[in-house]
Design a protein around this ligand. Sequence first.
Ligand code: ADP
Ligand code: MG
Ligand code: MG
Ligand code: MG
Length: 647
Amino acid sequence: MGLLSEGSPLSWEETRQYADHIRKHGIKQFINIYHKLKDRTNDQLKWGDEIEYIMVHFDDASQRAQLLLKAHEVLPKLQHKEHEAIEKGENVQLHSLWRPEYADYMIEGTPGQPYGSYLHCFNQVENNMRRRRHEAQKMLDANSAVITFTAFPRLGCPDFTFPSAKTDPIDGVSRSLFFPDEAIFPGHPRFSTLTRNIRQRRGKKVAINVPAFIDKKTPRPLVEDYIPLGDDGEAKRAAKPDHIYMDAMGFGMGCCCLQVTFQACNIDEGRFLYDQLTALCPILLSVSAAAPIFRGHLADVDCRWSVISGSVDDRTDEERGVEPLKAARFRIPKSRYDSVDCYISPMGERYNDIKMVVDEDLLKEMVDNGIDRQLALHMAHLFVRDPVSVFSEKINQDDENETDHFENLQSTNWQTMRFKPPPPNSPIGWRVEFRPMEIQMTDFENAAFVVFIVLLTRVIVSFQLNFLIPMSKVEENMKEAQKRDAARQGRFHFRKDIVAGTTESPSCKKCARPSKDEYTQMSINEIFNGIPGVFPGLIPLIKDYLKDVDLDVDTSCTLQTYLRFMRKKASGELQTTARWLRDFVEQHADYKQDGVVSEKINYDLMKACEAVARGDVFDPKLHIKRVRPPGQDQDAELSDDDLLNGQ
Ligand code: ADP
Ligand code: MG
Ligand code: MG
Ligand code: MG
């Protein structure tokens, strides 16, 4: 969730008065970091994943699964060793680190330290994930489970939490009709402050409308009566017919995702990787699609993206273009949680064809202080936003040595990619974060996705691959990616010649606009697996790269397994998690062909997820057998003892 400053949060009225101060000093801080660290080079590749978990409580007697509001109890225990080490000033090698997330039913786990560039670390990724799951699971009673699941199907339905909690549409921080404040993580004021300030800045509650899946017996038009929930008319006005309406930050920020951060060897490589991965975001979003159900109803989308984007959309009516522009500084086309709007490397410049709102004064300040226009544009674009969470203790900063104001706006611009400058006075280098992917149910799948994207960055850097297409086309791909079954049926704009490196195509000068011949439309299968004689495909390119590197047998088997999994996932031989979940609902005996995911279906679905994640169920629609070294054909899974002994 980014920056977690401690202290006393300011009200929205107070916060807005400091907005200019925070932006001005934030940019000063960025200029300072830039000049101190722009020439830093030869940093090692390091990388790490972030996994978000939900905790689910099962009541077997009533066949009900609810979200367990216990992170405030569980997290201090999970963080105990880390805190102890910090207090004693010891440098202890931990297997995992734990962080709070938006909801009190969520926790976030990362490896104890980032992985390095040795390929055998790919053998540790899945074990580390399993160990994390196990560590968290040990904190819960037998009737509760830690699950990796993107969007809990009945989030926002009556009594979806354990213990039960009441919504407060009049005085609550979100004023939601569906999502009680008790479900927000109470252990840090950031989360409820953001919720309140986003609502107050917008001038009303957030309004998310996801198209509903219209099945044979779905009532038409699909409309709900919100008066019994305490609606004063706002929900009735905001909700669209035939859509699933949601009104709180928790519907999006209460979803789980899978992120990967990479350290580049220097700022230029970081900018290059940021751009290349930007073009791949919609593609990986689509293959990882895992969110087809919202608020107890099947949706006509497969992903969480539009929901999370709407869930923190703090723009006023004027900024959104609903009202004529009077008091607001800008019209802002997108939410602060949304896809990237501009490439930041020199080679990306000519592909930037989206009109961007920027803070001109801050842009000038950066350019006057020696930051190139392209990077300055990126920052001036992020800095059109207001800060939405400010702590009184942090207002006056030493801009040479602190970066809280910069991080304040940076970490509340939640885009598909994040360009992370090094923290001041730290050994950490320039990093990029890949953020579009949805979380999968098993550690195996999550490890496969993570390893795939890490390998791809190695191939991009080694072969100087080029995936750039006009940003407006990446934007169209984002829309395509979220459609139902896009991984099988979608057509995505994709660059035709990805191996010609950074040299421009013959028909275009470097400064000219890109030509339409540079890209075409492809399916996910074609992008990953290639088109014979026409397009190499991401997986064959990774395999070419691996031919030239020294791999031990174990690592080779692991990578073959993950690549085989990704190949089948892209070809449609394996289902996306979203499709698997839809099929589960539609084939359930209680399903009434009306799109509704009842308590009982939700319970059975969560039980099934738990069984799949534990490895009790092997479903060939989701999983493949592992490739094993010769002579070792048993599935040599780690026992609980191995896990506890720190394998
Ligand atoms: P955020 O929530 O702001 O994205 P986190 O602190 O949760 O960031 O961590 C993101 C990931 O970055 C973790 O997996 C961590 O292991 C990894 N990481 C830590 N240090 C580095 C580094 N120097 N280079 C690359 N990744 C790193
Ligand atoms: Mg997180
Ligand atoms: Mg994190
Ligand atoms: Mg992150």
